[in-house]
Write a protein that binds this ligand. Sequence first.
Ligand SMILES: Cc1cn([C@H]2C[C@H](O)[C@@H](COP(=O)(O)OP(=O)(O)O[C@H]3O[C@@H](C)C(=O)[C@@H](O)[C@H]3O)O2)c(=O)[nH]c1=O
Length: 182
Amino acid sequence: MIFSPTTLCDARIIDLEVRKDERGYFARTMCTAEFASNGLPTRFVQANHSHNTQRGTLRGMHYQRAPYGEAKLVRCVRGAIFDVIIDLRPESPTYMRSEGFVLSADNGRTLYVPEGFAHGYQTLVNDADVIYQVTCAYTPEAEAGVRYNDPSFRIAWPERVTAISSKDASWPNFEETLMQEL
Ligand SMILES: Cc1cn([C@H]2C[C@H](O)[C@@H](COP(=O)(O)OP(=O)(O)O[C@H]3O[C@@H](C)C(=O)[C@@H](O)[C@H]3O)O2)c(=O)[nH]c1=O
């Protein structure tokens, strides 16, 4: 695996080290030894798969409140997505900054999302499948979010939003509420 920094402190892009032969290829997608030597967590407690039928579908921006914060390892295994993270750690030099990445079945990239970041994505094609592992179990009472079009972040989503949950369409403005909680 090839670990690269992003513009946000502690977030990483992880590229596959593909070994090709006549059958196809082999690549590790997670390795505790390599993660540990790159300073990343090694214990992921839940693995999830989400299927998105429609291009333009938006999920996010999600995080869980302390002490249920979670780091995530996100990969798109069918189609392509535009994946966005926001650093919501007040003590971080990149606090309130965001960055977007194209993750696709073709580029095989994994995004490592540190604890304390909000995470979301928009699908770039119909029928996009996303798999991700998390370091803390799903805890609905700790669930929190930033609205995809929150004026504090001004994220440039690439597509018109064609599908979004009512929960995600109605997260309150960050400046008025969540900022005070962090
Ligand atoms: C995330 C999750 C949801 N659920 C349930 C709750 C609900 O009935 C249904 C759909 O949940 P949601 O609408 O929250 O799913 P979704 O919007 O896909 O939530 C996910 O979004 C992306 C962006 C993330 O970063 C993830 O951590 C996660 O928050 O699945 C679980 O049972 N376990 C889980 O771990």
